[in-house]
Design a protein around this ligand. Structure first.
Ligand SMILES: [Zn+2]
Length: 602
């Protein structure tokens, strides 16, 4: 067999990287991200893919690649979930078998998957999201930080087929309801999740408290060793700077000695991130094939994160009221920059519960690098009015209320859950219930029930509310995006007497939907008379001047990288103008075509 590289997505477009390496000695996928630009041609926040049919629909639209033997069987063929013949009879299977089954790909055989491993460079959705469709028997290789971030992002998202890149769906069957079932339509079919007979215990990683759960969550197999082998292919994960922690390049060495370096997304201008020298050192010599991203091969601008920090610090110091600031919640480098800028101005940064949850997850796993967000100075978490808008416990989901993902079941008396903990503390449930079944101690340490409860409800007690900010606006910098627009009613005084300023410190809009969001944001800002730095385009439309530096290397950085790595062959991807690489590299450049294998034996 010849050794081939096949590219699905990220050709002439930003993101959606999916690279298939086939060799006699193993078959690997490098990234398996969502093709955002293709996806957003058809879908938006309002028109989502049908979750029960997503794989088949996205295959038909050409958004997912037709690769045999990698996708989970029941996503390819939903009829494999049918409990029995009776179910077959209930639906128009003969007339419309394609509703439940696709013949475009063959499903993964878990005993013999077509791919040995899928490597992930970082946790951005255009690099990770479509793993959700891949059979869980295929292991995922990535850095430990990417794994932790993947876990945290799935825990704060609404569960659907799209976010199974970390957690995997519960087993289910399509059954007929029994005739005795009291409903308008007895004997109709329904998709039932498999119930576990006993309630499994899920141990919280920080407090070690064993919560009782209905169904124990199942996770994909992750391998986070930074070097190793998949069959006889040697791999090394090389850390890189990017706009999310944990990003890496992947260096592969084939048994014949051929070296392939896939950069993933990278930059060399972020604060405290990997330098060019460190990177070149880690690569350790020339490579045969360099697969590089080229998002900014058209840009000479080498702005640094430090410069962005200075601009934001100045913006804040020039404001006499509340500062609202928009930045990407997974960009922890930018979080540090904004936090520092707030501190320098003696202000407190108020972040979203989502970001707080992410920071806490990083703290639990990398305590020396990431402090506990509860103890960070000049940092608070924003408590929105949610649900019935009463600021009462019942109004909040878990991560919006505090830092714990598990609150446990809450039905049986002997379940280990938060209500039982509140009972033990005498502050909830049946106060001072003498029959409280919680264990007094665990093997090695006593449970700190107060700590568990405080973690779970932290934002309710210590979070910052809109009226507190409104009373002392000069004291705060509030993380703010279009999704928070309704907060302006609570934040901005009715008398119009305020000096609020909005700063955009996130990426500039790169698709139509984002432009529409900017338009909406401009309307909110106008209505509430909030100061902003605007830019006006040729059509007279206003958008926000961005305090931002990209997560991607600029043309001069890419040029230096290529000159120092000295590849025999260059394959530019994740780039709208790949031909521009001809200006910075005189060797062989291969421009891949979608789904056409490139023979790399020659
Ligand atoms: Zn990225």
């Amino acid at each position: 067999m010849t050794t081939t590289l096949t590219f699905y997505g990220a050709i002439g477009e930003i993101g959606g990287n999916k690279i298939l390496l086939r060799t006699d000695d193993g078959t690997l996928l490098l990234d398996f991200g969502r093709r955002m630009s293709e996806y957003s041609k058809f879908y938006s926040d309002y028109i989502q893919a049908r979750s029960k049919n997503a794989l088949r629909d996205l295959l038909r639209l050409g958004i997912l690649p037709k690769i045999d033997g990698i996708y989970t069987h029941y996503l390819v063929d939903m009829t494999s979930l049918f409990e029995n013949e009776e179910v077959n009879k209930k639906i128009p299977l003969k007339e419309a078998v394609d509703y439940w089954k696709t013949t475009q790909v063959s499903p993964c055989d878990p005993t013999n998957p077509a791919v040995d491993a899928v490597f992930i460079t970082h946790v951005h959705f255009d690099h990770i999201q479509d793993i959700s469709f891949i059979d869980p028997t295929i292991p995922v290789y990535c850095t430990e930080k990417t794994k932790v971030l993947a876990k945290a992002t799935t825990e704060v998202s609404v569960s659907g087929v799209d976010d199974q890149y970390y957690k995997i769906a519960k087993e289910s069957t399509i059954k007929q309801k029994p005739p005795s079932y009291k409903t308008l339509c007895p004997e109709e079919c329904t998709l039932c999740e498999k119930k576990e007979d006993e309630h499994p215990i899920v141990v919280d990683s920080k407090t070690k408290f064993p919560f009782t759960y209905d169904v124990a969550p199942k996770y994909r197999r992750f391998n986070t060793a930074s070097e190793g082998n998949v069959k006889s292919i040697k791999y090394k994960l090389i850390p890189v700077g990017h706009s999310v922690p944990g990003a890496c390049s992947i260096l592969l060495t084939l048994p014949d000695g051929k070296r392939i370096l896939y950069t993933g997304d990278l930059r060399f201008h972020g604060a405290g991130e990997v330098s060019m020298d460190e990177y070149i050192n880690a690569v350790g010599g020339p490579v045969d094939i360099l697969i590089t991203e080229g998002t900014r091969v058209n840009s000479d601008n080498v702005l640094t994160e430090e410069q962005v920090g200075k601009e934001i610090t100045k913006d804040i110091s020039g404001c006499e009221g509340l500062v609202l600031i928009n930045f990407g919640w997974k960009d922890l480098t930018r979080f540090n920059t904004v936090h520092q800028a707030a501190k320098t101005n003696n202000r407190t940064l108020v972040i979203s519960p989502k970001l707080a949850y992410l920071l806490y997850g990083m703290h639990c796993n990398f305590p020396s690098e990431f402090p506990d967000p509860r103890t960070m100075v000049n940092l608070k978490v924003y408590l929105k009015r949610e649900g019935d808008l009463l600021y009462s416990k019942a109004d909040y989901d878990k991560y919006k209320m505090g830092y714990l993902h598990y609150h446990g079941r809450n039905t049986a008396k002997d379940d280990h859950n938060l209500v039982r903990i509140a009972e033990r503390l005498g502050i909830g449930g049946e106060v001072k219930n003498p029959k409280n079944p919680l264990p007094q101690t665990c093997k090695d340490q006593p449970y700190d029930y107060e700590e568990i409860y405080s973690l779970a409800t932290h934002h309710l007690d210590h979070g910052l509310r809109a009226y507190q900010i409104r009373n002392n606006p000069k004291q705060y910098v509030l993380m703010f995006s279009i999704w928070d627009s309704n907060e302006l009613f609570d934040l901005i005084p009715q008398d119009g007497n305020h000096k609020t300023r909005y700063i955009s410190a996130s990426t500039e809009p790169f698709c139509e939907e984002m432009e529409i969001d900017v338009d909406k944001m401009v309307h909110w800002m106008d209505f509430f008379q909030i100061n902003c730095d605007y830019e006006t385009n040729d059509k007279g439309k206003r958008s926000f001047k961005c305090r931002h530096v990209s997560g991607h290397a600029s043309k001069p950085e890419l040029k230096e990288l290529i000159e120092r790595i000295k590849p025999v062959k260059l394959i530019p991807i994740h780039c709208e103008e790949p031909q521009l690489f001809q200006e910075i590299f005189q060797g062989v450049i291969e421009f891949p075509k979608n789904a056409c294998p490139i023979n790399i034996d020659e």
